[in-house]
Design a protein around this ligand. Structure first.
Ligand code: OSB
Ligand code: MG
Length: 369
């Protein structure tokens, strides 16, 4: 396969409702889609950066810049023609994993489409559908939260994740448990909003039988998470901290994480995501697939990944309409709390041309030959 270049396309997608986390509120997604154009086929990638470096050090304008200035020229210079050589060719550039992951995803999609194989088959899928969890933002009031959670449970979501921060933690969890009962699979995500000094406070969550508490402390604080795990009985699950199979191995060894949230963009792509899945499985550590409010492009690949055998907990793998009234691909629709795993070549889905045109805010062609 000869790669001719990459199309970098920005699309504007309004959210159905504001999504508030401890690091900020999103009302729309400005998504960078990457199309790898090769002689054999074209493929799509989605860069999961946010506009500001507030979840990860990466941000969308930075991703565009590093792709154009360094990553795509390096792929061209190395004559990269398949997905496994992408990470190798880009290794000399530090970090920028979301940017690298988006390019690798586009090349992988092109390669698989040319070969007529699906992401699911390539990654090692063992299920034809995956259970859906939903990430519920911080709200202005508890009644508002209970309405939102009730709506998601009625829609069929099998697991609820509540975003928390200091001042919005014990009471919202208590209220959801009281209203919806002990059988609901429930977990929380702090996005680094606490310090080790909050250990006693966080231990109050132990009363609510949560599946896990996600990323309570700063991303670099492995030791803090290991210490916290000795005070809090609820399993700790790292998100932001896990940037590679290497950091995952360190976190497991130190006892800093009992469960892992795997987000392909954060770790540099689907191939590294699979390595983390394999490593975790070898250590008996459950994993689940995280989300970055993806369009149908990223969602398709996440659903495929979530169907690997080690993904034993429901992920932040929701239907398109959780975030978007109009998705760029045919929408992912939930049936009985599950999404079907796409089985067609590559991602198994493609942008709908008219919708893509309508939501595109800019397109740039970067030759790789
Ligand atoms: O921490 O998991 C997170 C969204 C953007 C950035 C970080 C996170 C999230 C989510 C939403 O929780 C996940 C989704 O796409 O459903
Ligand atoms: Mg998280």
């Amino acid at each position: 396969m000869k790669i001719e270049g990459f199309e970098l396309r920005r699309v504007a997608m309004p959210l159905v409702s504001p999504f508030r986390t401890s690091f900020g509120t999103q009302t729309a997604r400005d998504i960078l889609l990457v199309k790898a154009v090769a002689d054999a086929a074209s493929g799509w990638g989605e860069c999961v950066t946010l506009p500001d470096p507030i979840y990860s050090p990466e941000y969308t304008e930075g991703a565009v810049d590093v792709m154009k200035r360094f990553l795509i020229p390096a792929l061209a210079a190395a004559g990269v023609s398949d997905a496994p050589s992408v990470a190798e060719a880009l290794k000399k550039f530090k970090s920028h994993r979301m940017a690298k992951g988006a390019l690798e995803m586009a090349v992988l999609d092109a390669e698989l489409r040319a070969e007529g194989r699906s992401f699911a088959r390539e990654l090692g899928s063992v299920h034809d559908r995956v259970p859906c969890g939903v990430s519920v933002g911080i709200m202005d009031s508890i009644p508002q939260l209970l309405d939102a959670v009730g709506g998601y449970l009625d829609a069929g979501y099998v697991r609820i994740k509540l975003k928390i921060e200091p001042g919005w933690d014990i009471e919202p969890v208590r209220a959801v448990r009281e209203r919806f009962g002990d059988d609901v699979l429930l977990q929380v995500d702090a996005n680094t909003a606490y310090t080790l000094g909050d250990a006693r406070h966080l231990a109050k969550l132990d009363a609510f039988d949560l599946l896990l508490i996600e990323q309570p402390l700063e991303e670099e604080d492995l030791i803090g998470h290991a210490d916290l795990a000795k005070v809090v009985k609820t399993p700790i699950c790292l998100d932001e901290t896990i940037t590679s199979a290497q950091t995952a191995a360190a976190a497991i060894r130190l006892g800093a994480t009992q469960v892992i949230n795997i987000k392909p963009g954060r770790v540099g792509g689907y191939l590294e995501a699979r390595r983390i899945h394999d490593l975790a499985a070898a250590h008996g550590v459950p994993v689940w697939c995280g989300g970055m409010v993806e369009s149908g492009i990223g969602r398709a690949a996440n659903v495929a990944l979530a169907s690997l055998p080690g993904f034993t907990l429901p992920g932040d793998v929701s239907a398109s309409d959780r975030f978007y009234a109009t998705d760029v691909t045919p929408p992912f629709v939930m049936h009985d709390g599950h999404l079907g795993v796409p089985q067609g070549p590559g991602l198994g889905v493609e942008p709908i041309p008219e919708i893509l045109d309508e939501i595109t805010t800019s397109v740039e062609w970067v030759p790789a030959a």
